[in-house]
Design a protein around this ligand. Structure first.
Ligand code: ADP
Ligand code: MG
Length: 729
């Protein structure tokens, strides 16, 4: 029998694109057909209920329980038109992905029977049996159960024949156990703080929105090959595999077969996403083989986060349908570009002003500079925290690589904006802020009204880059929930804008004209936040030296980076902005450490299995074949001749022996190291032990496996190789 690898390669090679169902109507017509949006609310709800619900959505008015029944009934009637029989509270626990518990639209009628119903009570609040979700010890007692509560600001949708109700997930004691609850609070904080500042310029604005456009990178691998790689199946990344040589003739041939199947997947994904109201623009990525990117048009942040979670779930589902598996891991292949989730972030008002975009008038441009500089200040103040917000066991493999953002947070502004800020900084107060009349300003900058920011001035090495009308936070990982980064960023900016307004208002009270006060504070901030600005090559060794001098956070150990959440500055930040309590912060860190440990632990176990069951047996088998050959030659030739003929094979036999000995020995010591680490009861200590002692061993063992892969006869190797995973399918 040929080995599994060859069977799977054969299978992958012969797969063809499957036909997809393309709707008859145009995308604009089926867009959001599976979403209970305003149009459907209007149609399915009594008018008064509709108006009340809109108040809840637009103005954060509390949902009156008295209308909940009518809303639920309307939702159910709409869902039934799509053949839906079940509903679920859909929430975002502290693990990757989402969670749901499905229930039928059925309730007891109180007389021993069942009626088809979906009450407001069930829409608004539930008690999922959530003991299996990470809670950092908060819910260890029986009483401390959790509940999920409807987030009316995110529309209900139908997926997989189920009505999905976006909810927050909190403990009975009030602590959040998910990403959505603190995100909503962070968004509310930034909205409030930004509005206070916007009103210096636009008194008519009544609300500020935080926007997010999330570029999602991912790999596709053929499902048959994926299933023959236990490491991919169980850890999402390859724990072994030698880089494929780029010049293989076959690669072009294989590559030619890819686009058809992939593009069928992409079209299908796009149709499904559009139906769920996700405004996707699909496109191909050329960075790495079989790596792609999808970027929906930006939306209000909470909605964009939900949409990204839905999108990841859709990708997983549809990839299987098309005979692929999607890899969302940040670094599935060694030596090949990793995947991120660029978070394009900006603020805008209900009057349509994009606060991160320059305007036409001097005043508009001061407003623009105010928001840019305050963002820089926030990122500077909390650069360690922002790093913690995107850090994970999986993203740690990607960050700091020479194709991904460095592990130090800094911000790139581009030539023009740098020049503007430098002018403001260097000009003396009087020359810089010479105020004639009401708002006529001479800021020592040639014509600020003509501020045009060149969107093509890009620096790919920057983790937090200004890109013309937004900041692009490039460090979040491809598996992450964007909410984590968005909670930290929006809260930090909220605090910063609050400080700014306090300072400006104090100057105004002391008699300073408004614009002068604003510029005075901004000038100070430009100076203070200078260390966060970096226009150079973030991959260079000098940058690290420089960043240390500037006092930026340069920590690289994942478990230690999490400490940033519980510093005095971070506690003050989250508590003063009413986003999270100190208790919530420390509880969530427990969860982060626990997840870190588990991820490395699983990798270590899987690698141990792979090595003992696949790699070493194959290597030993090949070794004994060579040994047989050596014996036969010895029998057939004179000693001198036999020695000459067999010397090569003998060298290989020795090499295999050295690699397998190293591997066996280190797999044993890795098990011992795990035992020691597992005995630690403190989650942080345990994570650190895994980080310091076990994670490096995984890489060391891998080195020897990859060497064996190069030596052992290709026909005997059982695990699909990089060239097959990356170029077939
Ligand atoms: P790039 O130029 O980085 O290749 P795109 O033009 O595709 O990328 O945009 C990346 C993402 O940025 C998209 O989701 C897009 O909608 C989003 N985006 C554009 N403008 C803004 C903005 N003002 N605020 C937030 N996101 C934005
Ligand atoms: Mg981009």
């Amino acid at each position: 029998m040929t080995n599994l690898r060859f069977q799977m390669v054969e299978k992958a090679f012969h797969k063809r694109a499957i036909p997809i169902e393309v709707p008859d109507s145009r995308p604009s017509e089926y867009f959001a057909s599976q979403v209970f949006d305003r149009e459907k609310m209007r149609k399915y709800l009594p008018h008064q209920t509709f108006l009340q619900l809109i108040e809840v959505i637009d103005h954060g008015v509390k949902l009156d329980r008295s209308i909940a029944d009518e809303v639920a009934a309307g939702m159910r009637r709409w869902a039934e038109t799509l053949g839906v029989t079940h509903y679920t509270h859909w929430f975002q626990p502290l693990t990757d992905g989402t969670a749901e518990k499905h229930d039928a639209f059925i309730e007891h009628d109180g007389k021993g029977g069942l009626i088809e119903d979906f009450s407001g009570k069930l829409l608004v609040q539930q008690e999922p049996d959530a003991s299996s979700f990470p809670n950092g010890g908060i819910r260890n007692t029986f009483e401390a159960r959790g509940y999920s509560a409807w987030d009316a600001t995110s529309p209900v949708f139908v997926m997989d024949g189920t009505l999905c109700i976006p909810t927050i997930f909190i403990a009975y004691t009030g602590e959040s156990l998910d990403y959505k609850a603190p995100l909503l609070k962070a968004l509310s904080a930034v909205s409030k703080a930004a509005l206070g500042v916007v009103q210096y310029f636009e008194p008519q604005a009544t609300k500020v929105y935080s926007y997010l456009g999330c570029e999602q990178e991912y790999f596709l691998v053929d499902e048959s090959l994926y299933l023959a790689r236990p490491d991919l199946l169980l850890t999402g990344r390859t724990l072994m595999g030698h880089e494929s040589s780029k010049n293989q003739q076959l690669e072009d041939h294989y590559f030619g077969a890819i686009p058809e199947r992939v593009s069928a997947f992409m079209k299908d994904l796009e149709i499904h996403a559009l139906k769920l109201g996700i405004p996707t623009k699909t496109r191909h990525n050329e960075v790495a083989p079989h790596q792609f990117e999808l970027a929906p048009i930006y939306e209000e942040c909470n909605l964009a986060v939900d949409h990204n979670m839905i999108l990841m779930a859709l990708m997983e589902k549809l990839a299987r349908k098309h005979g692929f598996r999607v890899l969302l891991h940040e670094k599935p292949f060694k030596g090949i570009n990793g995947s991120g989730k660029h978070n394009n972030w900006s603020l805008g008002t209900d009057t349509g002003t994009a606060l991160m975009s320059p305007g036409k008038t001097t005043e508009e441009n001061i407003r623009f500079i105010v928001f840019i500089v305050n963002t820089l200040m926030a990122v500077y103040r909390h650069n360690g925290l922002l790093k913690a917000s995107i850090m994970s066991a999986t993203n740690a493999h990607r960050l700091g690589g020479h194709e991904a953002p460095p592990i130090i947070i800094s911000s790139f502004l581009g030539k023009q904006l740098t020049k503007v800020l430098d002018h403001l900084d260097q000009s003396t107060d009087e020359a810089a802020i010479h105020i004639k009349g009401k708002y006529e300003l001479n800021m020592g900058i040639p014509h600020i009204p003509e501020l045009l920011i060149d969107n093509t001035d890009r620096n790919r090495t920057s983790p937090f880059a200004f890109t013309g009308n937004r900041f692009e936070f490039r460090a979040p990982g491809s598996t992450a929930n964007c909410a984590s980064a968005m909670i930290a960023l929006n809260t930090a900016v909220a605090q910063q804008l609050t400080f700014f307004k306090q300072e400006v208002d104090t100057l105004i009270q002391q008699g300073s004209p408004k614009m002068r006060a604003i510029l005075q504070v901004i000038k100070k901030y430009i100076r203070l936040s200078k260390p966060i600005r970096f226009e150079g090559n973030g991959y260079s060794a000098e940058w690290r030296e420089e960043a240390i001098k500037r006092g930026l956070n340069c920590e690289t150990a994942c478990p230690i980076v999490f400490d940033e959440y519980t510093t005095t500055a971070s506690k003050e930040l989250f508590e003063s902005m009413q986003v999270m309590s100190a208790k919530e912060l420390s509880v969530r860190n427990e969860v982060k450490w626990e997840i870190y440990t588990k991820k490395v632990q699983i990798e270590a176990r899987v690698l141990g299995d792979l090595v003992m069951n696949h790699v070493v047996p194959v290597a030993v088998e090949y070794q004994s074949r060579l040994a047989e050959n050596v014996c036969k030659i010895k029998a057939a030739f004179s000693p001198a001749e036999a020695e000459a003929i067999s010397s090569e094979n003998k060298a290989i036999i020795r090499e295999i022996a050295q690699h397998t000995a190293f591997i066996k020995e280190h797999v044993d010591s890795m098990i011992e190291a795990r035992k020691v680490a597992n005995a630690l009861s403190d989650e942080r200590e345990k994570a650190l032990a895994y980080h310091n002692n076990i994670a490096p061993m995984i890489e060391e063992i891998r080195y020897h496996i990859d060497k064996l892969e190069l030596i052992v006869d290709d026909r005997m190797w059982t695990l699909p190789k990089y060239r097959e995973l990356l170029f077939l399918g």
